[in-house]
Design a protein around this ligand. Structure first.
Ligand code: UDP
Ligand code: MG
Length: 341
């Protein structure tokens, strides 16, 4: 389902760069300057689509102002904060490029790496995925990412070192497929694998966050990872079921052993602690299994609720001439919403 009737303005470009922005006021001037320098040196037509994800600092005012002066810049202004991936989705839906690059706004992904990604698309790949080989993030996040990357590689069948890197380039065909996906919560790098015939990893630089703090609290990170886990595979359910089966078999075997022992050697007087240990293991496993199933139910619930992935308040700059994002039937209605400036 496309939320945008005519997803792109009439004037197609070679390259679109999509940037989700949430309270990044301090980083925007340098980002726009460096991006413009890189893109104008490419010898390709280009545009920049910034998506303001309900910022409460001066980000949106600054972007609005710049979009008035810069014919390469389009801004999608959200009604509220819908999350990074919703913002990237909106950017993909608004982008007019034959190639679309995504990038974080905090300068952790250097814009100077974009030509490398585009070169990989030129070689015939559908997706060029950035790989932060010298990642500048806290150790805990790097360890968690390592585990998630292994799991995602198993679940999607595409072996990548860095699913979390948002510095990526997609061919138009893949972008169209992504835009056609209706699921509410999704992780774009993994979803893109479903539609790409060839995904190549390109090592890219990674900088520490220039200014401001990460917008991901521990709660948001945990929720994103649950999304990842349940959004792309039923593998965890299979693991839990197999574990349950093995435990049940072990239970039967030890039951038979105890019965035999009782018949041959008489009743056992001690062993209370062993029993407690066994009980803890079983209770823990049961809770784990119930929780795992619960994750899938929660996901089904949120998909069934079918709230819009995001609601656009206004379009600015080069997107002003694009058709309105129509408010979906069940979206909260607001007068004058989602219309170009
Ligand atoms: N972001 C967003 N909405 C959010 C959280 C983040 O659009 O709710 C943007 C943020 O402005 C940045 C990118 O997503 O451009 C990555 O966020 P951040 O740098 O905080 O994540 P981290 O690098 O810590 O994973
Ligand atoms: Mg960051």
């Amino acid at each position: 389902m496309l939320l945008l009737e005519q997803p792109r303005p009439a004037d197609r470009v070679d390259v679109s760069v999509v940037v989700p922005v949430y309270n990044e006021q301090e980083n925007l001037p340098e980002l726009l300057e460096r991006l413009t320098k890189v893109l104008s040196g490419l010898d390709r037509t280009y545009e920049m689509v910034f998506v303001d994800d309900g910022s409460s600092d001066g980000s949106v005012a600054w972007l609005r102002e710049r979009a008035r002066q810069d014919k390469h810049l389009g801004v999608v202004e959200f009604q509220a904060n819908f999350g990074q991936h919703a913002a990237v989705f909106a950017g993909l839906e608004a982008a007019a490029g034959d190639a679309v690059v995504t990038l974080d706004a905090d300068l952790q992904n250097p814009p100077e790496e974009i030509p490398k990604l585009l070169a990989a698309l030129d070689e015939g790949h559908d997706v060029a995925a950035g790989w932060r080989s010298n990642r500048q993030d806290p150790l805990l996040r790097r360890v968690a990412s390592y585990l998630v990357n292994r799991l995602m590689s198993r679940a999607t069948g595409v072996n990548l070192h860095d699913y979390g890197c948002m510095l990526r380039a997609y061919r138009r065909e893949v972008v169209d497929c992504l835009c056609a996906c209706a699921e509410r919560s999704s992780f774009i790098p993994a979803l893109a694998n479903v539609f790409a015939r060839s995904v190549v990893e390109v090592p890219v630089e990674h900088a520490a966050r220039a200014r401001g703090d990460s917008k991901y609290s521990l709660r948001k990170l945990v929720s994103l990872n649950y999304d990842l886990l349940t959004g792309f595979s039923v593998l965890p359910i299979h693991w839990v079921s197999s574990m349950g089966l093995l435990m049940a078999l072990a239970g039967f075997a030890s039951g038979a052993f105890l019965l035999l022992r009782r018949l041959l050697m008489g009743p056992e007087a001690e062993g209370v602690f062993t029993l407690m240990a066994v009980l803890f293991v079983f209770t823990g496993l049961q809770l784990l299994a119930v929780g795992m199933v619960g994750q899938y139910i929660a996901r089904t619930y949120s998909e069934a609720r079918a709230r819009p992935r995001y609601v656009v308040r206004k379009l600015h700059g080069r997107l002003s001439s694009a058709s309105c994002f129509p408010a979906p039937a069940n979206a909260p209605s607001a007068e004058g919403d989602a219309c170009p400036e």
